[in-house]
Design a protein around this ligand. Structure first.
Ligand SMILES: Cc1cc2nc3c(=O)[nH]c(=O)nc-3n(C[C@H](O)[C@H](O)[C@H](O)COP(=O)(O)OP(=O)(O)OC[C@H]3O[C@@H](n4cnc5c(N)ncnc54)[C@H](O)[C@@H]3O)c2cc1C
Length: 437
């Protein structure tokens, strides 16, 4: 038998770990990845890596999931072939064959598609000047290295930096830029507040204040319309504000974080798709026999905490990538794992802060804010359904044990009596959640 993992990213490393743990035979697992290095913990790129604190081989998988660090020798020792710098240019799922750049054909008995996602580039929308040099995106180590070099230049010459996007990549990059000593960092984003898809205006306000204190300017409600440049290099970011007035923010370095798109095109017309990715069932199996999909590219049946309805969804998050990789390996090895059961989970780290979110910021839920937002120590919000059940929870700070309490409370849809909560204290709210599930 030959099990092939297509894509050598975050999920591939965890697939290899599970393969070994589940008793997969040496010599029967092959990983084919386009990047020049074996799997690593991608989230580190916008955190320790930008600060120069994390360098490969330090953050190869599976260090983020509490496992052994899998350097190239780990794969060799386990009899796993990890092909780096190998791009798959064609896939024939029925014939069970992949073609690599250069023409080599690789056959498989079982295939796990782990091609992940790629950044959405502003050139795709024909934004004028979006192809100027000095405009960076962050998806892989190569991008990260280019950004570090540009950051060193910006620091040395006191240049201005603009971050386009107020999501978690934009937020983490802005924190990394200012923390690494760059004096002028401006974030420009169209939403009325940071991380608009998740944070309430109250929570977003706390982070905006913190960014301001660190010297980062947030320009909200701003739509980027183009870039100015000289000699092929970016010099400014043009945007319109909420009133429609146009502005230009000076910038020698621009970092764009405006979303990602699943790498699913290779398989179009051969396999059922959903939610912009490859449709899988609870075993991570696609509509083609012996073909599985995991991680960012997989659209899997996700049960809504709030409504109980099941719909196919993609989750571009590392916990899902780890868990789905393990699930697909078990299924491919014939171990018939119980159906995939995933509770949406998000986290981020900026400056000396760290937040977690479980469940859903469900529309129509009552939001209860709690804790000390002034000191930004232990605060957050609960999303409580109309019938009094917890469907989502956000926590900044707190003790290392608190996230597990939140997770269990959301997973069990703990009954919450908002009127009885002592919302002034984060610790009191956590204790109440602990008692409630
Ligand atoms: C900067 C950054 C910060 C992040 N921070 C967080 C965070 O704080 N928390 C969190 O939960 N998630 C975070 N994420 C998301 C997380 O990293 C992803 O969910 C995770 O990497 C998905 O794993 P994956 O294996 O599905 O895809 P990837 O890790 O993207 O791996 C896919 C791999 O497939 C390769 N590939 C694609 N097509 C081909 C081909 N045709 N041939 C060969 N190889 C191919 C790619 O080169 C890539 O190496 C972050 C992502 C980024 C970019």
């Amino acid at each position: 038998m030959t099990v092939v993992v297509l894509g050598g990213g975050n999920a591939a490393g965890y697939a290899a770990r599970e393969y070994v743990a589940s008793g997969g035979k040496p010599g029967e697992l092959k990983i084919i990845g386009e990047e020049g290095v074996v799997s690593y913990e991608r989230p580190a790129l916008s955190k320790g890596f930008l600060l120069g604190a994390a360098k490969l081989p330090g953050f190869h998988t599976c260090v983020g999931g509490g496992g052994e660090r899998q350097e190239p020798s780990w794969y060799a020792d386990k009899g796993i072939e990890f092909r780096t710098g190998a791009k798959v240019t064609a896939a024939d799922l029925k014939a069970k064959k992949l073609t690599l750049e250069g023409g080599e054909v690789v056959s498989f008995s079982k295939l796990i598609i782990a091609t992940g996602a790629r950044v959405v580039k502003l050139t795709e929308f024909k934004v004028p000047g979006a192809d100027l040099s000095g405009i960076h995106y962050l998806r892989n180590v190569k991008d990260g290295e280019a950004m570090l070099a540009a950051m060193a230049q910006a620091k040395e010459h006191g240049q201005k930096v603009v971050v386009v996007g107020g999501g978690y990549i934009g937020m983490e990059c802005a924190a990394g830029l200012v923390s690494s000593g760059i004096k002028s960092v401006t974030m420009v984003f169209p939403e009325p507040g940071l991380l608009g898809r998740l944070l309430t205006p109250e929570l977003a306000g706390v982070y905006e204040r913190l960014y301001q204190e660190k010297g980062v300017t947030c320009v909200k409600g701003a739509k980027v319309t183009g870039f100015t440049g000289a000699d092929g290099k970016v010099a400014g970011v043009q945007y319109t504000d909420a009133s429609g007035a146009t502005h230009t923010a000076e910038a020698s370095l621009v970092v764009v974080g405006v979303g990602a798109r699943a790498n699913a095109e290779l398989f179009a017309g051969q396999v059922e798709m959903a939610a912009g990715g490859i449709k899988v069932d609870g075993q991570m199996a696609t509509s083609v026999p012996d073909v599985y999909a995991v991680g960012d590219v997989a659209a899997f049946p996700l049960k809504s905490v709030a409504t109980g309805e099941v719909a196919h969804a993609r989750q571009e998050h590392v916990t899902h990538c780890r868990m789905s990789a393990a699930q697909a390996i078990k299924a491919a090895l014939g171990l018939a794992p119980p159906p995939y059961d995933y509770l949406p989970y998000f986290y981020s780290r900026i400056f000396n802060l760290a937040w977690v979110f479980y469940g859903e910021a469900a529309p129509g839920a009552t939001v209860v804010h709690f804790g000390d937002t002034k000191e930004a120590k232990c605060f957050g919000a609960l999303w409580v359904s109309a019938d009094g059940h917890l469907v989502g929870a956000f926590l900044e700070g707190g003790s290392p044990e608190d996230p597990a309490v939140l997770k269990a409370a959301v997973a069990s849809k703990a009954k919450v009596d908002a009127a009885k909560l002592d919302a002034s204290s984060g610790a009191a709210v956590i204790a109440a959640l602990k008692a409630a599930h």
